[in-house]
Design a protein around this ligand. Sequence first.
Ligand code: NAD
Length: 247
Amino acid sequence: MLLEGKVALVTGSSRGIGRAIALAMVKEGCQVAVNYLGSEEKAKSLCEEIGQLGGKAIPFRADVSRWDEAKTMVDGVLSSFGKVDILVNNAGITKDNLLLRMSQEDWEEVIRINLSGVYNCTKLLLKPMIKQRQGRIINITSVSGITGNPGQSNYAAAKAGLIGFTKSIAKEVASRDILVNGIAPGFIATDMTEALVQAEQEKLLSAIPLGRMGSPEDIANVAVFLASEKAGYITGQIITVDGGLTM
Ligand code: NAD
């Protein structure tokens, strides 16, 4: 198994891409801290499912964009599991609108959760990772942060910021054997894209060379790879997983 004996914290993992990452990591022998915000039931049922697979997972409620909540969560994860080898910064939201109609609240909330949430969790776990002289940080950014997307200036700015953050931290901690990479998904079938898909499915699919939406598992497979020894010489990279959308 690729992640035997490892411990991962996956933010926003009660559903969607985060959930798929948690499950895929468990199947490779990893123990997982399942962070959630509102969906306690879903987080608990995921942990039960993982238990039935013979793995170990514990749910932790925290709004990652709030320093105190993120700190309480990280302290709890460290005391429950003893360490964190892999941090997956997955929690994210969209509040789409054209800039002319975008409220300051929607601008700030998207930046706060998608970007400051990553600052909080990464900063809190960096010291323990430096102490243990190894770690993997995987940031879930987006193709929107690479190409831009009308109606997503807040989200694209946060995700582009996350790419710069990923590369900067990768350079800061490479000498400590902490590898920091990002995954930029294209259109993945989750709750986040459901409304969009119903409205524009045909147009959307015709723009994707592989002709289909991605699945959360398509992203999870890459996260497992980046967390594993097989990716030991990769840092500061953003891997696009988009069915060819942005090639
Ligand atoms: P999703 O909405 O199903 O999942 C996002 C999760 O993050 C939810 O469980 C939500 O509760 C959690 N979350 C939101 N704010 C939080 C907070 N403040 N603290 C803790 N948890 C919080 O969406 P998804 O598609 O699974 O998205 C996962 C990640 O992938 C996001 O960062 C998203 O931006 C990114 N992404 C998704 C797509 C896509 O097409 N679905 C494309 C590119 C990037």
